[in-house]
Design a protein around this ligand. Structure first.
Ligand code: DAH
Length: 345
């Protein structure tokens, strides 16, 4: 009887070895561990055996049963892992191609920032960022805009209510990325060539052309003997690369407290090509940035000697650029998170 049981066991294991599909595994279980199996019959018949034999046969039969159950479980795991159990409708069919996972993409503004930075990086500029919550000093004072200066009126400011020890409210949400200029000049070794992209804030109601938070990028170069020609050459090259090689560019005088002289740069209207339309207000030109030679007082305040070094700076709104390029007529679309809009870029 004992020998018979051992044979039963080795036969069962050999057969189990050969099983490659989950449905065959079930047949194997019925044959060797099921109610009508030989093993079950032996266990049922134990009572009829003489006591000595009953002990021996009982112990062995139970051990074999436990062993077979364990082997079955192991085999079943193995088949699952191999992913081959699928033929019976269970498990994973590893021959099936994967489902494509919907990938996101960069927001059109992020794409624009990256494109602008790439252009300036290729001209030797470095990209740096400054804080969005800023001191009055960096946003205004250091840029020749003291308290009560009329230039403050043009930048409706969001103030942060935290008071200094003297009871003053000196903290604000920066109104332009020009606020980073002084921080850079205080910290970086000369010569400097940087662009400074980021979010800026103004206390304004939203409409098709205004939102209280938007994007700007400023640029700053400080070196020996930089002139207006370097400023124009740099911005002209940027316009060529961003808007196309034959896009005309116009510089005109403008006033910004932190530059002298100051200019504004416009490009030929992208819609009418210069003949005049609604977009350009019939002028044929679209202003895209302010620029100038950094004011000597601004350099001095950051510890740079304006007799030894000169500097040019520029700053532009980023949101207008994809709007012009793609004909987007409402700035709020850029901040609405509507996937039907965003998926187009
Ligand atoms: N910060 C100005 C604004 O927000 C734009 C600007 C003008 C930046 C002239 C400059 C500059 O760096 O030189 O309107």
């Amino acid at each position: 009887m004992l020998k018979q049981l051992e044979e039963l066991k080795s036969g069962a294991l050999k057969e189990l070895e050969a099983v490659t599909q989950a449905k065959d595994l079930e047949a194997w279980r019925v044959r060797y561990l099921g109610k009508k199996s030989q093993l079950t019959a032996v266990l049922r018949g134990l009572a009829k055996l003489p006591i000595e034999e009953r002990k021996q046969v009982g112990a062995l039969a139970n051990r074999i049963k436990a062993g077979l159950e364990e082997s079955l479980e192991q085999k079943s795991q193995l088949l699952k892992q191999a992913g081959l159990a699928g033929a019976g409708g269970e498990g994973i069919d590893i021959t099936l191609p994967g489902r494509p996972y919907p990938a996101g993409r960069l927001h059109p503004l992020t794409q624009t920032v990256a494109e602008i930075c790439d252009i300036f990086v290729s001209m030797g500029f470095q990209v740096v960022e400054g804080p969005e919550v800023e001191w009055d000093y960096y946003n205004f004072e250091a840029l020749n805009i003291p308290r009560h200066h009329p230039a403050r009126d043009s930048m409706a400011t969001l103030w942060v209510d935290a008071e200094t020890e003297k009871g003053e409210r000196n903290m604000l949400l920066r109104t332009h990325t020009t606020a980073v200029d002084t921080r850079v000049m205080e910290q970086m070794p000369l010569p400097i060539r940087v662009v400074m992209p980021g979010k800026v804030y103004r206390y304004e109601a939203s409409d098709a052309t205004h939102v209280p938070m938007f994007h700007q990028i400023d640029g700053l170069a400080v070196d020996k003997d930089l002139t207006m020609a370097d400023l124009k050459g740099t911005l002209y090259e940027f316009a060529r690369r961003f808007f196309g090689a034959d896009r005309k560019v116009r510089f005109r005088c403008d006033y910004f407290p932190f530059v002298e002289p100051g200019v504004e740069m416009a490009i030929e209207c992208l819609v009418c090509g210069g003949s005049g339309c609604r977009l350009c207000g019939n002028s044929g030109w679209i202003e895209i940035l302010g620029a100038g030679m950094t004011h000597p007082r601004v350099l001095e305040r950051s510890g740079i000697d304006p007799r030894a070094y000169t500097s040019f700076a520029f700053g532009m709104g980023i949101d207008r650029l994809p709007m012009l390029r793609y004909g987007i007529d409402d700035i709020r679309l850029l901040y609405g998170s509507d996937l039907r809009f965003l998926r187009q870029f």
